[in-house]
Design a protein around this ligand. Structure first.
Ligand SMILES: *Cc1c(COP(=O)(O)O)cnc(C)c1O
Length: 359
């Protein structure tokens, strides 16, 4: 599959890719890792990933025992998952395939969380047998779990809610609008009562989950969703007269700045927003689980592609590479919401200058 990529340099006025990667491109070309024999390759800065994980940990350092999971959909390549497992992360998976990848990458089952809105009976059975945590997406899915659960399972079981706090700037990717499809819609008539009843009927249901995500969402919106979830947990525990909910999976993710190399917002900004919106969240009353994907990797890698041909069309310069729709699915679907930064390099792998061309 090929993609047409116009103008070799940051033609839309955005900053070029990180200069720190320039030497990597050159070395890759010199070593033949990127060229005729391997026209497209992904590069990950493993030290950078470790530093991003450390920044995440530091931001939550005041709260002991937080389980930080990596959302596998952000990069479901086993070597990358293995690196994150090695950093001590857990893994958030949303399909049987992602679950297999997570296990193969070495995440212990007790650090894997299965979130998916459409779990089959077989998937639920397997997760429960392995001891993988499961967040039910609906009351219907909870009833399925009722029928399949063996009381001896070590899986932590939770329920996902949609706090309906509104959408971000990327409508189709927003997960907490009134009509978003994930979780039990919390503000719908009768929903709160039904959720409390669901917990009352199931003493083994000990976790609440929400994911107000993520790209294009302001931190305040994400924090408001987490605050509504925290308040619901408090309400359920108070109503039941027992602290049945012992953990909160506050989801992810952190919006990524795609325009340049600055990390903003930071994990520390995120924790500050959560602290302001839900001061009790970090009191230790609940064990916390987080789910971060893109923010852990976005600044820590790039895709290199050999320009196979160039041509002109209607006055536009076009470079044809092998990094096509398969490497930038979301950009292809929504180019304005998921911009790419593109740099040009010569046949020796050295950055190329030249006039900026129209896109
Ligand atoms: C995608 C996703 C995440 C991570 O989102 P990012 O924006 O990649 O950080 C977390 N939780 C769930 C349920 C998701 O679907």
């Amino acid at each position: 599959m090929t993609q047409t990529t116009s103008a070799p340099e940051h033609e839309d006025g955005t900053a070029p890719p990180a200069a720190r990667f320039d030497a990597v491109v050159e070395a890759a070309v010199q070593q033949g890792l990127l060229g005729e024999g391997g026209p497209v390759a992904g590069f990950i800065d493993t030290a950078g990933v470790r530093a991003s994980v450390a920044a995440l940990r530091d931001a939550f350092a005041a709260t002991p025992g937080v389980l930080h999971t990596f959302a596998a959909k952000a990069c479901s390549l086993i070597p990358v998952l293995r690196l994150l497992a090695d950093c001590g992360m857990g893994c958030e998976v949303a399909s049987p395939g992602e679950l297999r990848l997570a296990l193969e990458a070495g995440f212990p089952a007790s650090r894997i969380v299965l979130d998916s809105p459409a779990k089959t009976r077989e998937e639920i059975r397997l997760a429960l047998a392995l001891g993988v945590a499961v967040n039910a997406d609906s009351l219907g899915e909870l009833r399925r779990i009722d029928a399949l659960r063996n009381p001896s399972t070590s899986s932590v079981l939770g329920l996902r809610v949609n706090p309906q706090v509104g959408g971000g700037s990327i409508g189709p990717m927003s997960t907490a609008t009134d009509t978003s499809k994930f979780g039990v819609a919390l503000r719908d008539p009768g929903a709160r009562e039904a959720i409390v009843a669901a917990f009352r009927e199931r003493p083994w249901l000990t976790r609440l989950h929400a994911h107000v995500g993520s790209q294009g969402c302001p931190l305040e919106l994400i924090a408001a969703g987490v605050a509504r979830t925290y308040e619901l947990a408090e309400e359920i525990n108070t109503t039941l007269g027992v602290r049945q909910i012992t953990s909160l999976d506050i989801g992810g993710g952190l919006p990524v700045n795609f325009a340049d190399e600055t990390v903003r917002p930071s994990y520390a900004d995120y924790v500050a927003a959560l602290t302001a919106a839900a001061p009790g969240l970090f009191s230790g009353r609940y064990a916390l689980v987080t789910e971060f994907g893109r923010s852990l990797l976005a600044k820590n890698g790039f895709i290199g592609a050999r320009v196979e041909y160039t041509k002109d069309a209607g006055g536009r310069r076009i470079a044809l590479t092998h990094a096509g729709a398969q490497t930038a699915t979301r950009t292809v679907l929504m180019p304005d919401a998921w911009p790419l930064r593109i740099g040009a390099f010569g046949p020796d792998g050295v950055p190329k200058g030249g006039p900026v061309l129209a896109q």
